[in-house]
Ligand binder design. Structure first.
Ligand SMILES: [Zn+2]
Length: 77
């Protein structure tokens, strides 16, 4: 019991800048004036459009903090 509480506290206290990063596939807005982008994991269509300006988006790779999966299965195993 004690261990669990300790781990939870630790992960919550960790600053966001301390998270490890990995090359992540994202979709980036083609509109130069727009900085919209989204993670490939969250894109469910073959050709997504930008949520901010409705321009086409292109697939690129970017160093991003590893996204903690909200599913408890992956986090605990
Ligand atoms: Zn855009």
């Amino acid at each position: 019991m004690r261990k669990e509480g300790c781990c939870l506290y630790y992960s919550r206290k960790r600053p966001i800048t301390d998270l490890p990063e990995e090359m992540t596939t994202i979709w980036s807005c083609t509109n130069e004036k727009c900085n919209g982008w989204m993670r490939d994991n969250f894109v469910f269509s073959a050709q997504p459009v930008c949520a901010q300006c409705n321009s086409f988006m292109v697939k690129v790779e970017k160093m991003l903090p590893i996204l903690t999966n909200t599913s408890p299965n992956q986090e605990k195993n």
